[in-house]
Structure formats: structure tokens, C-alpha cells
Write a protein that binds this ligand. Structure first.
Ligand code: ADP
Ligand code: MG
Length: 240
């Protein structure tokens, strides 16, 4: 579903991704883990072309996202992204946040978009917040709306960039539960997270980045109990 081949990314002289290659199969859940500044966000942003790699290729299915002939806007409709800081439309209600893109970008009939929105609100447990504006929601509720909004486009891939890092501790769980329930569907997911317990439980595979390099790829079982690299080991000692 996602194939990253020898990707490099530099900002000026600073090389932040150094020859990253990895694949994610359809339906697989991959957790990206690593110290702050290791390039996790940049890698996710390269996958949906919010950043262009300086070198290398990224394929989504058979489509090369780095090719100038690829219709990036179209490809992006199939890739949902959830950020640390929600990015909801402040002047739209919860319901409008969710139905906006399906109606205006995808051309879904209003009634169908509305039905789908209600189904998604039920799934994230926010049916009663439908007509509320984002400013009236808690952080955990905002993030659940952001997830529902992404899912409304029916993406094959979901990218999460530290979805719980901006939340108060008591709200982390409600968001992780929603993501966990998604992991049981056949959607393909890449999740940047500092929640090690969550990564261990939900991910099929852990990818550990440090200083722009993919240092280690392993099953959660292997990674958390017996990491191969010294760098992963010392990272885990600090965070666990
Ligand atoms: P992480 O998500 O693992 O914390 P990032 O991908 O955000 O790491 O950042 C990796 C490095 O790239 C950092 O040194 C960061 O300062 C730098 N960086 C990220 N985005 C930009 C940008 N738009 N311009 C310049 N430097 C950037
Ligand atoms: Mg980041």
C-alpha cells in the first residue's frame, strides 16, 4: 500500500531524512517511534506530499507520489491525516466539519454525506455534539471529530502524527480507543506516537527512527522486549 524507497529530505543544508526505505502492507498498522527531531513528522508529511522528498520515491499503491505526472490532490483524498493540534475549521459545527470535504471535494450528495457523518459521530461517541462549534469541545473531543472528519473521505490510509500529545492525560485514552477500533478494520495506518503501551498493543510493526535514519524495524514483541540496536535500547530506557 505504501512503499518508501531511498527517501532523503533536506531543509537547506540540514538533512532530516537519510535514505529511508520501508513498506507498509494493506491493513497493516505501523508505529513510528523515535526521539524528538528524528524526522517522524517529516516522513509522514512526505507520504501525503505535504513535503516533497529531496531524493527517492514514495509509492501509494502503484502511483509514484514523487512523479510530476501524479495528481497529488486526487491521491491525497485517499490519505487521511490527523495532527497533534486537531486543525478543525473553527467557524463550522462538528457536523459541518465532517461533511464539508466529502460534499465540496468529492461531490458526495448532501444527504449521503449527512448520513455518513452521523454514522461516524456515533462511532467516535459524539452524536450529541453534532451542532456544537469546536471551541466548545474538549481536546479529546476535538481529536475524535478530527478523526471522524478524516474518515468521512473514506481513505485507504490514515496517518496520525502524535494524535494524543496535546491532550490532557485523562483524554488520551478516549482517543486511543477510537484509533484502536480503527486498527481492527482493514485501513492501513502509520502512527507517530510516544504512547509506548499503545504502540505495543496496536501496531503490527514498530519502526524506530533516529537522526533521520530508520534504525530498526521489528514486531512490537521483539522491539519492546529485546531491541536489536543499542540506540533503540537507550531510547526505551529513557521513555519506559
Ligand atoms: P520529529 O517529528 O521526529 O520530532 P521532524 O520531522 O518534525 O521530527 O523534524 C526533523 C528535523 O527537521 C528537525 O531538526 C526539524 O527542526 C527539521 N524541520 C522540520 N520541518 C522543517 C522545515 N519546514 N524547515 C526546516 N527544518 C525543518
Ligand atoms: Mg513530529
Amino acid at each position: 500500500m505504501i512503499r518508501i524507497e531511498n527517501v532523503h529530505k533536506s531543509f537547506g543544508k540540514l538533512e532530516v531524512l537519510k535514505d529511508i526505505s520501508m513498506e507498509v502492507q494493506q491493513g497493516e498498522v505501523v508505529a513510528l517511534i523515535g526521539p524528538s527531531g528524528s524526522g517522524k513528522s517529516t516522513l509522514l508529511r512526505c507520504i501525503n506530499c505535504l513535503e516533497m522528498p529531496t531524493d527517492g520515491r514514495i509509492y501509494i499503491g502503484s502511483q509514484d507520489m514523487t512523479s510530476p505526472r501524479t495528481d497529488i490532490m486526487k491521491m491525497r483524498q485517499n490519505i487521511g491525516m490527523v495532527f497533534q493540534h486537531f486543525h478543525l475549521f473553527p467557524n463550522k459545527t462538528v457536523f459541518e466539519n465532517i461533511t464539508y470535504a466529502p460534499i465540496t471535494v468529492k461531490g458526495i450528495p448532501t444527504a449521503e454525506a449527512a448520513r455518513k457523518a452521523m454514522e461516524l459521530l456515533e462511532r467516535v461517541g459524539l452524536t450529541d455534539k453534532k451542532d456544537i462549534y469546536p471551541s466548545k469541545l474538549s481536546g479529546g473531543q476535538k481529536q475524535r471529530v478530527a478523526i471522524a472528519r478524516s474518515l468521512a473521505m473514506e481513505p485507504d490510509i490514515m496517518l496520525f502524527d502524535e494524535p494524543t500529545s496535546a491532550l490532557d492525560p485523562e483524554m488520551v485514552k478516549e482517543v486511543l480507543e477510537v484509533i484502536k477500533s480503527l486498527a481492527q478494520t482493514k485501513i492501513t495506518m502509520m502512527i507517530v506516537t510516544h504512547e509506548m503501551g499503545f504502540a505495543r498493543e496496536v501496531a503490527d510493526r514498530i519502526c524506530f527512527l533516529e537522526d533521520g535514519r530508520l534504525i530498526e524495524e521489528a514486531s512490537p514483541q521483539q522491539f519492546f522486549s529485546n531491541p536489536k540496536s543499542e540506540r533503540a535500547r537507550s531510547f526505551l530506557e529513557k521513555v519506559l
